[in-house]
Design a protein around this ligand. Structure first.
Ligand code: PLP
Length: 373
C-alpha cells in the first residue's frame, strides 16, 4: 500500500473537535471560534447581486479581483496606517489558507517556526505540513508574548516567528512597544515575522498595532480575513500581504492549490470592507459587554483570569478535573492543552454567545468548581 507522507502523519485532527463530540446536543457551547452574529446585510447582498448578474461564475485573477484588492489596500490605510500595493495582496480561502501559503512559501525542511504556546492550533500543524520544526514558546503571566522570549528562541535555523494579536486562545493584545519590538527583531535577525491579525477589529482596551507599520525591512507578512471582523467564517475569505517577492512565492502555492478565492465571497468581502462599518462596532461592543460579565463571573467563582483585551476568548486558570466536570454538566469549553503544552491548567472559554446563555454557563461553571475543589 502507498504509505502516507511523513508530513501528514506528523499532524492529527484538532483536539477541539473531540470536545464538541463529547458534549451532549443541548450543551451550551463556549467552545466555538466564531462570532454568533449574522454577516452584514450589505455583504450578503453584494454576493447575491454578483451571482444574479453572472459576475461570479468564472475564475477571478489568481490574486483576487482588483476591486477586492483595492478594498483591502484601503482597509490597511484606514485601520493600520500602512500603504500596501494592490499587487501585493492575495485573496485566500480564509485566514487559514493565508497562513498555509505563507508557511509553505517560507519554511524549508527542518527549519524552525517560533509561535506562542498556548497559541492557535494551525501554527504547529501548518509548520509540520511544510516540513518545518515547531518551536512553541511560553507566554508572560498576563498571557502576552514577550519579544525577548522570541528573540532568545531565534537560531540559525529559524525561518519565521508568528505573532497573533489579539490572540486566540488568550484574548491578549500586544502593546505598541511589543509590536515595535517584533518588527525590530524581524529586521535585525533577518527573519520573517508572520503577523496573524484576524481579530484586529475586536479590541476592547488599547489599540491594535501591526508590525507591518514599524518594520524597516520586508520581513513582515500579514494574514487577515473577513471571518471574525464581519462574522463571515462560512464565506472563507481572507488575504495575505507582504513584499512583491514574498507575494510572488506565496502566489505560486495559492495558484496550484486554490486557483483563486471563491468569487461570490470576494464580492461579499469587498462590500464588507468598503461598506458601513457600524456592524463591526456593534459586534465589538457586544463582545466587550460579554467579556465583562464573564470576567465578573469567573472572579466570583475564584478562577484567576488574565484580562482579555480583545477577540472573544478568556483563558482562566482552572483546577484539575474542572474542564471534564464542566463538560459533563453540559457546558463546552476547550482544555488549555489543546493549544500547546503551556495551556495545561487553563481552559479556553469563547464568549460568542448571548449574555443570558453566558450567565447560565457561569452557574454551571461555579457548581463544577465546587465539585472538584
Ligand atoms: C488566530 C487565528 N488565525 C486564523 C484563523 C483562521 O480563520 P479563517 O476562518 O479566516 O480561516 C483563526 C480561526 O479560528 C484564528 O483563530
Amino acid at each position: 500500500m502507498t504509505e502516507f507522507s511523513s508530513r501528514v502523519e506528523a499532524i492529527s485532527i484538532s483536539g477541539i473537535r473531540e470536545v464538541f463530540e463529547a458534549a451532549g446536543e443541548d450543551a451550551i457551547n463556549l467552545g466555538l471560534g466564531q462570532p454568533d452574529f449574522p454577516t452584514p446585510e450589505h455583504a450578503r447582498r453584494a454576493a447575491i447581486e454578483a451571482i444574479e448578474a453572472g459576475d461570479a461564475d468564472a475564475y477571478t485573477s489568481n490574486k483576487g479581483t482588483s476591486e477586492l484588492r483595492e478594498a483591502i489596500v484601503a482597509k490597511h490605510a484606514r485601520d493600520n496606517d500602512v500603504s500596501v500595493d494592490p499587487e501585493n495582496v492575495v485573496a485566500t480561502a480564509g485566514g487559514s489558507e493565508a497562513l498555509h501559503i505563507a508557511l509553505e512559501a517560507h519554511v524549508d525542511a527542518g527549519e524552525e517556526v517560533i509561535f506562542p504556546d498556548p497559541g492557535f492550533v494551525s501554527y504547529d500543524a501548518l509548520t509540520r505540513l511544510a516540513g518545518g520544526e515547531p518551536k512553541p514558546v511560553p507566554l508572560r503571566e498576563d498571557l502576552t508574548l514577550d519579544p525577548a522570549t522570541v528573540e532568545a528562541a531565534i537560531t540559525d535555523e529559524t525561518a519565521a516567528f508568528v505573532v497573533n494579536s489579539p490572540s486566540n486562545p488568550t484574548g491578549a493584545v500586544a502593546s505598541e512597544a511589543d509590536v515595535r519590538a517584533f518588527a525590530r527583531i524581524a529586521d535585525e535577525h533577518d527573519v520573517l515575522c508572520l503577523s496573524d491579525e484576524v481579530y484586529e477589529r475586536i479590541v476592547f482596551d488599547g489599540e491594535h498595532h501591526s508590525p507591518l507599520r514599524f518594520a524597516e525591512s520586508d520581513n513582515v507578512v500579514v494574514v487577515n480575513a473577513c471571518s471574525k471582523s464581519y462574522s463571515m467564517t462560512g464565506w472563507r475569505l481572507g488575504w495575505v500581504t507582504g513584499s512583491s517577492e514574498r507575494i510572488e512565492r506565496m502566489l505560486r502555492v495559492h495558484q496550484y492549490a486554490q486557483a483563486c478565492a471563491s468569487a461570490p465571497s470576494q464580492y461579499a468581502a469587498e462590500a464588507a470592507l468598503t461598506g458601513p462599518q457600524e456592524p463591526v462596532e456593534e459586534m465589538r461592543a457586544a463582545f466587550e459587554r460579554r467579556r465583562d460579565v464573564l470576567l465578573d463571573g469567573l472572579e466570583e467563582i475564584g478562577l484567576e483570569t488574565a484580562t482579555p483585551q480583545g477577540a472573544f476568548y478568556a483563558m482562566p486558570r482552572v483546577p484539575d478535573g474542572w474542564v471534564e466536570e464542566v463538560i459533563d454538566r453540559g457546558v463546552v469549553v476547550v482544555p488549555g492543552e489543546a493549544f500547546g503544552e503551556n495551556g495545561a491548567g487553563h481552559a479556553r472559554i469563547s464568549y460568542a454567545v448571548d449574555i443570558e446563555t453566558l450567565k447560565d454557563a457561569l452557574e454551571i461553571m461555579s457548581a463544577a468548581a465546587d465539585a472538584v475543589r
